[in-house]
Design a protein. Structure first.
Length: 277
């Protein structure tokens, strides 16, 4: 198996940074053989012809920039396992940091996640705050299907999913202690600097906004929060690192208070918290 791992690394050497190659090769071998990394490295696991065929098919997909997370079909997020496919974004570590910040700040009883995607935020919060009632909106029916499966996968029952386009008028009158969103925030002009596996395969509807309206979702959600947050309720956003000051200004103009901008572990402005008085 060590020979096979070295072969995988060699074939993918021009597609992944050197520091990622070892992990990627182990993910592939673990996925195909169902052996643990320890077993793969400690014992000379014999490669079957079927395994070899599967590995070669995976390598071909990866060489075409197909995300390995979609091949494996799941990712780890906040110590939970989430199924993913091309209908949902691949959860990122920065979003997990947002979840951890929320858990440090509040144990809200009613929480709304806008743009839930795979359900990684809403399900992680539901798992950690078992007494809370969690609600999750997404514009995509297919994304909601994935999120519902992930709720079952992680044994979460205190969550309600609903297909909602937050850019359109909403007729509900519900009030929440906390609203959180990781909305689309990447501008069209930023595409040229992004990896092809993101642009070509992850759902663009969950990623991009027009250059002329980079804050459209933040404005709509903040105005929604004015009507649907309880007094002293929390609003949390994941943000584009380029627009921290602009989003703070937006929230101040909408009369939110105690606004705080927080960096992620990479040193980028990435999260905002505000309170509705």
């Amino acid at each position: 198996m060590k020979k096979t791992l070295n072969s995988i690394r060699e074939q993918l050497s021009t597609f992944y940074p050197k520091e990622e190659i070892r992990s990627v090769s182990l993910w592939i071998a673990e996925f195909v053989t169902k052996c643990s990394p320890t077993q793969l490295l400690a014992f000379d696991v014999e490669l079957t012809s079927e395994w070899e065929l599967q590995i070669n098919e995976i390598i071909e997909k990866l060489q075409k920039n197909y995300p390995i997370q979609y091949i494996i079909g799941e990712v780890e997020f906040c110590d939970l396992r989430f199924s993913v496919n091309e209908n949902v974004l691949i959860p990122r570590p920065e979003t997990a940091e947002l979840v951890l910040w929320i858990l440090q700040e509040t144990k809200a009883k009613t929480i709304l996640d806008i743009g839930t995607g795979s359900g990684c935020i809403s399900i992680s919060l539901a798992k950690k705050i078992e007494s809370a009632q969690i609600y999750a909106f997404d514009v995509s029916t297919l994304a909601i299907e994935v999120a519902k499966k992930n709720a079952i996968k992680n044994g979460v029952k205190n969550i309600h999913f609903q297909e909602v386009n937050i850019l359109k008028p909403y007729e509900g009158e519900e009030k929440y202690d906390l609203i959180v969103s990781n909305p689309p925030y990447i501008t069209q002009k930023e595409k040229q600097d992004m990896q092809k596996q993101i642009i070509d395969f992850e759902p663009n509807i969950a990623l991009f906004v027009e250059d002329e309206e980079p804050l459209i979702f933040y404005e709509k959600i903040a105005k929604f929060a004015q009507q649907h947050l309880q007094k002293n309720g929390f609003l949390f956003f994941e943000i584009n690192r380029q627009f921290g000051r602009e989003i703070i200004s937006l929230l101040k103009n909408l009369n939110f208070s105690e606004i705080e901008l927080k960096k992620d572990s990479f040193g980028n402005d990435r999260m905002i918290k505000a309170i509705w008085k």
